[in-house]
Design a protein around this ligand. Structure first.
Ligand SMILES: Cc1cc2nc3c(=O)[nH]c(=O)nc-3n(C[C@H](O)[C@H](O)[C@H](O)COP(=O)(O)OP(=O)(O)OC[C@H]3O[C@@H](n4cnc5c(N)ncnc54)[C@H](O)[C@@H]3O)c2cc1C
Length: 390
């Protein structure tokens, strides 16, 4: 087979051309010779979760370091049009979490504490205040809600396209339709990456394969605790603007927003069997369950037609936090995965940090929370960051 790569050796090979791999490559390209960076993806641009998500960008989290990353990501997305020359229509209409019980209210008030400690102003809204903001909501059982005005929604595709074009212009090689099949190792370190288009030598690999990162880890002989879980989402026909914030419920992980084209876009969590083997089909069960939840919250949507529905993988971890850093079992193998349902909103802040790690620099990330080591000390783990939805 004729190798399709421009070179035989690269300083870094990024596996996965989703939002995480592309942001990491972008930040690497600012410090390394861009022509010595290779991104490989076996699909097409946006074929992974990065082209299948709800575009939610929120800073309401239970853990302070996650709030910090999300706050930085919001700033990065605000700068995106200037920095990358593409407008991803980042609309900061806020995120409104609805509470239906005293327990949920208490949980959201904990989020409030984390958010405020990072200097953001979260508002606790009473039910009448919620209705003033979103008159279409049925107030039945709502006891209040937390609202952060600077949260918002973004169109994923211009983000991916802007990153891709910027990398190409800089001279970074992005090879789509190219599958990573294995790794050569020697003396406990990465030596080469074997792909469907031939092998390339490198001493640094970034595993940004999203829902398939566990499989890519296995190709290097590394077991990982990540669990890919299928999540479904849909878009309705366009409607006149009636909804400014993204609406979220903790119960069942329901979320929905209205895009700038007028479609209502949203999903909820269903207990699908884990693992990528079953592919990404849409189910009637999802349509039925989501329609029930949506209409209970916004009765006027009962007659609205669904335009399309689709699915993708969350890459879940036992503690709900991403895995970022060099894997101590294999020198030069960096993990950049485990983003669950929030990789799109964290990638602009996680990408530069992974790039720093690849360059051998320290970052402000607490290794106890984010490094791969945390799962090597103990099997499994308990949820630390619990709000796992878009
Ligand atoms: C329905 C749904 C809704 C979501 N909503 C939100 C939201 O509102 N906000 C938010 O922030 N996040 C959301 N997410 C999560 C978010 O989409 C992901 O966390 C994020 O896109 C992950 O990006 P990534 O680059 O790590 O992975 P991906 O975008 O999945 O990219 C991984 C890439 O790796 C490639 N790959 C895999 N194996 C190989 C191999 N062997 N060789 C080469 N390439 C390989 C794949 O082809 C893929 O392109 C949602 C996800 C889903 C499914």
């Amino acid at each position: 087979m004729t190798p399709k790569f421009r070179r035989q050796d690269y300083e870094v090979v990024v596996v996965g051309g989703g939002v995480m791999g592309l942001f990491t490559a972008y930040h690497l390209s600012r410090h390394l010779d861009p022509e010595r960076i290779l991104v490989v993806d076996r699909g097409f641009l946006s074929s992974g979760a990065s082209g299948r998500n709800g575009g939610g960008v929120r800073q309401q989290w239970e853990t302070v370091p996650t709030v910090r990353l999300a706050k930085e990501a919001v700033e990065a997305y605000r700068r995106f049009p200037l920095e990358f020359g593409y407008n991803p229509w980042f609309r900061q209409g806020g995120y409104l979490f609805l509470a239906f019980s005293a327990e949920e209210e208490e949980r959201l008030r904990r989020v409030d504490a984390a958010v405020r400690s990072e200097g953001l102003r979260l508002e606790w809204l009473s039910t009448p205040e919620i209705l003033r903001r979103v008159p279409a909501l049925d107030p039945e059982r709502i006891v209040g809600g937390s609202y952060l005005r600077s949260d918002g929604v973004i169109f994923p595709f211009p983000v991916l396209w802007g990153l891709y074009r910027t990398l190409q212009r800089a001279g970074v090689e992005v090879a789509m339709r190219t599958e990573v099949l294995g790794f050569e190792q020697g003396d406990g370190a990465v030596r080469a990456v074997k792909t469907s288009a031939g092998s390339v030598r490198t001493s640094k690999v970034v595993n940004a394969a999203g829902g398939w990162s566990r499989d890519v880890g296995a190709l290097a002989g590394l077991s990982m605790p990540n669990t890919p879980t299928r999540h479904e989402i849909l878009a309705t026909e366009p409607l006149k603007p009636f909804l400014d914030p993204m609406i979220v419920t903790l119960r069942r992980g329901v979320y929905f927003s209205q895009s700038m084209r007028g479609e209502v876009i949203g999903g909820l969590s269903l207990a699908h069997p884990s693992g990528p083997a079953g592919g990404m089909p849409s189910s009637l069960e999802f349509l039925r369950e989501f329609a029930k939840e949506l209409v209970a919250l916004v009765p006027r949507l009962a007659q609205v037609r669904v335009l399309r529905s689709w699915a993708g993988f969350y890459d879940d971890t036992p503690d709900g936090l991403p895995v970022l850093g060099e894997d101590p079992r294999l020198l030069g193998f960096f993990q950049a995965n485990g983003f669950g349902g929030h990789g799109f909103m964290l990638a602009p802040a996680a990408g530069p940090r992974v790039a720093q790690m690849v360059l051998g620099r320290t970052t402000d990330l607490d290794p106890a929370m984010f490094a791969p080591e945390r799962f090597l000390r103990q099997a499994g783990g308990r949820a630390v960051e619990g709000i796992q939805l878009g």
